[in-house]
Design a binder for this molecule. Structure first.
Ligand code: NAP
Length: 502
């Protein structure tokens, strides 16, 4: 007779050494690294029914990664299967699913388990899922990603529209597009890709722009079959190529986005200005010209955007939106733009980080309380008062135009050292000291003032509502050095139940 699976017995608390939240790029990486270190007593809780995170959630037309495909992979697992220089979304998702199976991650993951809350008590994290399960773990690792909670704009009448309306990250594939009048709201990296992906499918395409963007050419190109053939058979060639792209990116972007990088920024500005001149109509070109300095926001890369905006079926709308009505969008000049489909390419709640998970640390402190005066973390990874809780892609992670996978790998190397300290019994729990965390964050904000993103009038999701930078302000080399090894004196370490300061 089959034994009942203890995992499915209600009211029973499961115990694990480590719980990872999220089976996206970062969560998978943590799991692989733990396995490689011989640590297998862990579980991944994933809210959705499959792995892949961002690349599972985003399925919009035109989806690609604007980091070259041979670079946008784990360093130990190259991806020969890129049809273009910039791999398409489905190719990237297929890559992650291949890695997921290859590294046997299915045995560790439980799908459809959305973490609702986690409370630290008596040297353990007590995790509750939305389905009501309880799991206890010594270590809790958040790998929930940064850009996954859609930002629905507060445009009046959003719920009145009778046609199809959805966010870019929740694409409704049942909504017909062929021959339809479609609106895209937003002009970030996502909107630009969607415009290129939609332009040849629809009857009319209107892009509602609040802020014009600097757009660099991507120099995308399709890849022939023969290099893939070679890389499949000789994986070291794919690793070599990954490393060359890594070196190239380090050379171009690794120096960071400091205001002193005048040559770097002027070169890119000239390329973007030249690219903008491919727009023939002077009025359209004027309206597509940003009114903020180059480098204020994340670079947008696209070969097709300006071409798409010059198609006869495309229109740029720059009159502000008054509201949404049953049949379309009313702009402030009184015009009603009648449409069939509205796509909200309006970005993400990028400042939420681990939330809405209700995390409660020592002495009942919540994440909302700890972050009441703005986001901060110790070296992007840990928080004072939240022992044995670690984050991949936490606040002030380097994001920019760099490969997030590379960043996650650096963070995992550091994280593993903390985890091994606990697993080896050298600490029952550890958390960064508040003084070390505050000193680190004060220095970050000082450096932030020197970045292009914090220039006069700059606005983007890199900056929080208090005007503080939330991403890494220095070079990638500085981040790499930071992630080399923990400074143990910055931690409060407790051995068994008594705390010792080191
Ligand atoms: P985003 O960069 O935050 O852009 C959101 C857009 O929506 C902006 O143009 C914004 O206008 C507009 N918007 C927001 N609320 C609005 C409102 N109420 N009315 C009118 N317009 C409104 O979001 P995203 O394009 O989704 O990109 C987010 C990030 O995802 C990127 O920066 C990048 O890190 C990542 N991404 C990467 C890739 C890649 O290829 N690697 C592709 C897509 C996205 P304002 O500028 O005026 O605020």
């Amino acid at each position: 007779m089959n034994q009942p699976d203890p995992a499915h017995q209600p009211n029973r608390t499961r115990r694990r050494k480590i719980v990872i939240i999220g089976a996206g790029m970062s969560g998978m990486l943590v799991a692989i690294r733990l396995q490689q270190a011989g640590i297998t007593d862990f579980e991944i809780l994933e809210k959705a029914a499959s792995a892949g995170g961002t690349w599972r959630d985003n399925t919009y037309p035109g989806l690609a990664c604007d980091v070259p495909g041979y670079l946008y992979t784990y360093s130990f697992e190259p991806n020969p299967e890129c049809s273009h220089r910039y791999a398409h979304g489905d190719e990237i998702q297929a890559y992650f699913l291949r890695v997921f199976e290859k590294y046997g991650l299915r045995q560790y993951v439980r799908f459809n388990q959305e973490v609702d809350a986690a409370e630290y008590d008596q040297h353990r994290w007590r995790i509750t899922t939305k389905s009501g399960e309880q799991i206890e773990a010594d270590i809790l690792i958040s790998a929930v990603g940064v850009l996954h909670q859609p930002n629905y704009p507060d445009i009046p009448g959003l719920d009145r529209f009778r046609g199809d309306l959805f966010h870019s990250a929740r694409w409704d594939h049942n909504a017909p597009l062929q021959g339809k009048r479609v609106v895209v709201i937003g002009t970030g990296s996502t909107a630009v890709q969607i415009v290129c992906g939609l332009v040849d499918q629809v009857a009319r395409l209107k892009l509602f722009q609040r802020t014009a963007q600097w757009v660099l050419p991507a120099f995308d190109t399709p890849y022939a079959e023969w290099p893939k053939w070679i890389m499949r058979r000789l994986p070291f060639t794919a690793k070599w190529l990954h490393q060359r792209y890594d070196d190239l990116y380090h050379g171009i972007l690794g120096g960071g986005f400091g205001k002193e990088r005048v040559l770097f920024i002027n070169t890119f500005r000239l390329i973007a200005e030249r690219h903008l001149r491919t727009v023939q109509d002077p009025d359209l070109r004027r309206r597509l010209t940003p009114d903020f300095p180059f480098g204020c926001k994340r670079f947008i890369l696209s070969d097709g955007f300006y071409k798409a905006m010059q198609q006869p079926q495309t229109e740029l709308v720059t009159d502000g939106i008054e509201g949404i009505e049953e049949n379309g969008i009313r702009t402030r000049d009184g015009t009603l733009h009648e449409v069939d489909v509205i796509v909200l390419a309006t970005g993400f709640k990028a400042q939420n980080y681990v939330r809405p998970i209700k995390l409660v640390g020592e002495q009942g402190i919540t994440l909302d309380q700890y972050w009441a005066d703005g986001l901060k973390a110790y070296k992007t990874m840990a928080l004072p008062g939240f022992p044995n809780f670690f984050m991949v892609q936490g606040p002030h992670s380097p994001i920019g135009n760099f490969s997030l996978i590379k960043i996650a790998e650096m963070q995992c190397d550091y994280l593993l050292q903390l985890v091994q300290h606990i697993v080896a019994g050298q600490a029952a729990s550890l958390a960064p000291k508040a003084t070390a965390t505050d000193a680190y964050n004060a220095e970050l904000q000082r450096h932030a003032q020197n970045t292009l993103w914090m220039g006069n009038g700059c606005q983007s999701w890199y900056i929080d509502s208090r005007g503080r930078l939330t991403i890494w302000p220095l070079s990638i080399g500085r981040f790499q050095a930071l992630m080399k090894q923990p400074k143990w004196e910055d931690f409060e370490i407790s051995i068994a139940r008594s705390k010792r300061r080191v």
